[in-house]
Design a protein around this ligand. Structure first.
Ligand SMILES: Cc1ncc(COP(=O)(O)O)c(C=O)c1O
Length: 455
């Protein structure tokens, strides 16, 4: 039997429902991207304008998803549109150097202190992959340490232990390397050392133990996939000091967190990694990735280097993405990053108040313009804490997402929200009101089905 909230969602979005039936014929499960899918079916969008999306049923929806944090200027920004239109007329991809590549690279190098040189690629996935290959080639070692719950793209190593399933994950000080589906070769699991997030002493212990085999430690300064959990400064400082002591490369995955300041999250934490992976916002809404870092490591990509790592990739540095990225990043000044961070903090505080007033256990975590909701008021320091909140919530995370959509507010289905530059206080207040109302709508169902979620 359908839950009444699902029924109401279906009644509210009949054209999206029809569209999903059509999509099911040509896409397995009716979608072409797992992370953007949600049940019972996702809304089909027709267009985006500023911070709003318009779906096929004619709803105007405030977009706090921003294509998973990449649309820093929302949709259809004038300057980006003009830059892209001008470039389209001049050709989109040349397989040759262009000034546009140098301009965007110079802009990033001038802002991110740890980056001397860059390589562009076409996705964040490719950026972390190339960073790992760089680290292996530079150190001659094979294993990679990643955080339990961390996500670095759509390939096996980048997803090891993404979901720390309680019955399989092992002890916190020595987590097991877990496959998240049946596609993982054993070699990937044995090449990956899983580290507990935000546990400096345990991390040091594991790095010391595997020092002779570890090429790199990869970490997000704020763990996105498991619900925007900021790293502590002490944790990142420990990773920095122990890796440099052992000649292991420290890779910051700033595919999401670069937006937190002109110089990325590394500027906020005042810690310089050896390599930085980027993506999302630096493409101005078009597909992109980049790996950057200290010259001594980036030299491994130099075609004249006898020990080079071969990095090709058909759309790397394509002229269209470079034009969009340069326009977007020029617009995204340090003061604009600060303004968005303040709006994000206001959103987080307002969400926390909404949970408190609702009498439902829950909280918002995050940093600056990145926010995530969780159905628990226990402290959230790592992916295990976040997962136990998700398990406690049962299907109420999913239902809350639908309730917010019906009120015209879109987040990721895992309840991740991020702010974009067309937003003002008005949009933040709108989302906070939507959460108050959504929690009030859910409360009777929670009382009946999951009373332990009530305060
Ligand atoms: C932290 C992080 N790294 C890497 C990636 C992969 O980026 P892409 O989806 O562009 O391949 C993502 C994507 O969400 C991400 O959040």
């Amino acid at each position: 039997m359908l839950h009444p909230i699902d029924e109401a969602y279906r009644a509210w979005s009949p054209k999206s429902c029809q569209m999903s039936l059509r999509a099911c014929e040509v896409f397995p499960g009716g979608d072409t991207r797992a992370s953007a899918h949600y049940d019972p079916y996702p809304l089909t969008m027709q267009k985006g304008e500023g911070c709003y999306l318009y779906d096929v049923d004619g709803h105007k929806i405030l977009d706090f998803m921003n294509n998973f944090t990449s649309m820093i200027h929302g949709h259809g920004n004038d300057k980006i549109t003009r830059a892209v239109s001008e470039q389209v007329a001049l050709g989109t991809a040349y397989a040759a150097p262009s000034e546009g590549q140098i301009e965007l690279a110079e802009l990033i190098v001038s802002r991110v202190a740890s980056i001397d040189q860059i390589r562009f690629c076409s996705s964040g996935t490719e950026a972390t992959l190339m960073a790992i290959r760089c680290a292996r080639a530079c150190t001659g070692k094979q294993k990679i340490m990643k955080m339990e719950g961390g996500y670095h793209g759509s390939y096996e190593l980048a997803e090891v232990s993404l979901i720390p399933e309680p019955s399989l994950r092992g002890e916190l000080d020595r987590p097991n390397s877990l496959a998240i589906d049946g596609s993982f070769p054993d070699s990937v699991l044995s090449d990956t050392v899983v580290c507990p997030f935000n546990e400096p002493d345990m991390a040091k212990h594991l790095i010391d133990e595997y020092a002779d085999e570890l090429a790199a430690v990869i970490v997000e300064p704020i763990m996105g996939s498991m619900g925007m959990i900021p790293a502590t400064k002490a944790f990142l400082e420990t990773l920095k000091s122990v890796t440099s002591q052992h000649g292991i490369l420290l890779i910051f995955d700033e595919v999401i967190s670069l937006r937190l300041s002109g110089g990325g999250a590394q500027e906020i934490f005042e810690i310089e990694p050896d390599l930085t992976c980027m993506g999302k916002i630096i493409g101005g809404g078009l597909p992109i990735g980049a790996v950057g870092g200290k010259r001594q490591y980036m030299q491994i990509f130099d075609p004249s280097n006898p020990n080079k790592v071969f990095h090709a990739s058909t759309f790397s540095g394509n002229a269209l993405t470079m034009a969009a990225g340069f326009a977007a990043m020029t617009l995204y000044s340090a003061s604009e990053a600060k303004r968005l961070n303040l709006l994000g903090e206001k959103l987080k505080n307002g969400f926390n108040q909404a949970f408190q007033q609702s009498g439902i256990h829950g909280q918002a975590t995050g940093l600056g313009s990145l926010v995530n909701l969780h159905f628990t008021d226990r402290d959230i320091n790592d992916s295990r804490d976040a997962l136990s909140g998700m398990i406690d919530a049962g299907h109420f995370g999913r239902l809350l997402h639908l309730c917010m959509l019906k009120r015209g507010v879109m987040s990721a289905s895992r309840l991740m929200f991020c702010v974009s530059s067309p937003m003002r206080e008005e949009e933040i207040n709108f989302a906070i009101t939507a959460l108050h109302e959504s929690l009030a709508e859910l409360r009777p169902y929670i009382k009946a089905e999951r009373p332990k979620l009530l305060a």
